[in-house]
Design a protein around this ligand. Sequence first.
Ligand code: ATP
Ligand code: MG
Ligand code: MG
Ligand code: MG
Length: 562
Amino acid sequence: MKQSQMLIPTLKENPADAEIKSHQLLVRAGYIRQIASGVYSFLPNGRRVLRKVEDIVREEMDKAGAHEMMMPALQPAELWQESGRWSTYGSELMRLHDRHDREFALGATHEEVITSLVRDAIKSYKRLPLTVYQIQNKFRDEKRPRFGLLRGREFLMKDAYSFNESFESLDESYEKMFAAYSNIFARCGLDFRAVIADSGQMGGKDTHEFMVLSEVGEDVIAYSDTSDYAANIEMAPVVAEHTISHQEPKPLKKVSTPNQKTMQDVANYLNHELAEGIKAIMFKVDDQFVMVVTRGDHEINDVKLKNLYDADIVDLATEQDTQTLMGSGFGSLGPVGTPKEIEVVADLAVEKLVNVSSGANESGYHYVNVNPGRDFEVKEYADLRFIKEGDPSPDGQGTIKFARGIEVGHVFKLGEFYADKMNASYLNDQGKSQTMVMGSYGIGVSRTVAAIVEQYHDESGITWPANIAPYQVHLLSLNPKKEDQKQLADQLYDQLKSAGIDVLYDDRKERAGVKFADSDLIGIPLRITVGKRAGEGIVEVKERVSGEQDEQEHSKIIEYVQ
Ligand code: ATP
Ligand code: MG
Ligand code: MG
Ligand code: MG
């Protein structure tokens, strides 16, 4: 490609709103441009890089036996009502009306769409297991879109879904996806770790996040210094001093919550009872807070309460309920009653004075308008921590260290949650109807691009790994007005192209300094400069990462590059 004809608007200065390197460099090097908060265009080079990552994802998904498809971004509300997520997903879901006033959502994820499709298309065990995927823009009205591609409101995701006959079969599909994810992030050149996504014992083996180690990551990983143990601690170690300011506390009210089967039923019921909606529910059993229900409420999110916004409803009442909900795809707090959950809800309730409900220690009843501090002692659990640096690792090996991570992928055993709600069943080999068992597997493709830049840059710009870079070679003609330089550069450009090498040719009428600076910024692994010695057929080659440079006979260039 000739740079003079391309849209690569480089900038000298960092954009004012860009706090982190990947955001700054991707904008400055002309890869992306923001169009609204958290919404970006990918310019030609940005598109190329995105496609490189997509292609790696595609190859590994295909190798793992998944099949690519494409689902609509526009999704009818009815589907989300069937799964219950229309009411539980919260304000992150972008909702809209059509001209007939029918409600829709823009896909934040596609469990509902794929479940409705598969339940109609598959009736027999003979068609299972099945894993499908798509690579498509997702929409989430994030409360704090920031950090460029790391947290967008429209972003590119690969989402895969497996349908299985049994939990054993799900384990196999999950493992295949897990292995594919490891390959994908390794091929992207990333320093990453797969971590247990639930900090506690329970959901542990059923969901993992793939974390790119980075100081700018919004997650904190607790890992053992000697073993493979690693878990997302969901920002645990912050406990504010509680100052309890009662803002006209409402009277405590005991309400009947009959026939609840799951905590979601309870939450739905109480939600109905409380016009403002439930933010959190604490349960008190045997004088101890043991349970937490949260609704995805995005007014009260902040980093510290991160796991609350992953969690739309997280469960509680019995272990079985917990298991059902843990498999729900709603995200996950830890197991029932971890100190962390209690702490989070206590903080939430105290700091934000949200309307809290609690168990009433009586079957079929709950309290609403619970005011922590007034109705329950807060201080006694404010000190609890889930895990600290220096603690012994839960696997008994080594001690715990903390690191920050960027969540680039997430694999999740959904179990029967969606299939159950949406009646996705099949006939087994005995002709008996069975509920399908599902898994879902996401990769933030655009976020991965940003994560790569976080790990591959220096003071001058991006230093792409060769297989991700938009081009293999950056060819510069320093002074295209000089006939010998122009001729040799044109000739090399043609030769490189015919040898099948991706080359960006800076043929612009710009000063040499501008070309070098732009070239470093854009970050293509190898630079070939045609300059003063063009007349002798000598060009300069320079490696972007090492800075090593060398002079080469132009006739040896193709060989050198290959
Ligand atoms: P986060 O905890 O960062 O909000 P999530 O847990 O809500 O992410 P998932 O529902 O697990 O995200 O979605 C699958 C993947 O999509 C994530 O692992 C992440 O890589 C990517 N992703 C999620 N939200 C965003 C976003 N706002 N912008 C870019 N990528 C995102
Ligand atoms: Mg997450
Ligand atoms: Mg999220
Ligand atoms: Mg996730």
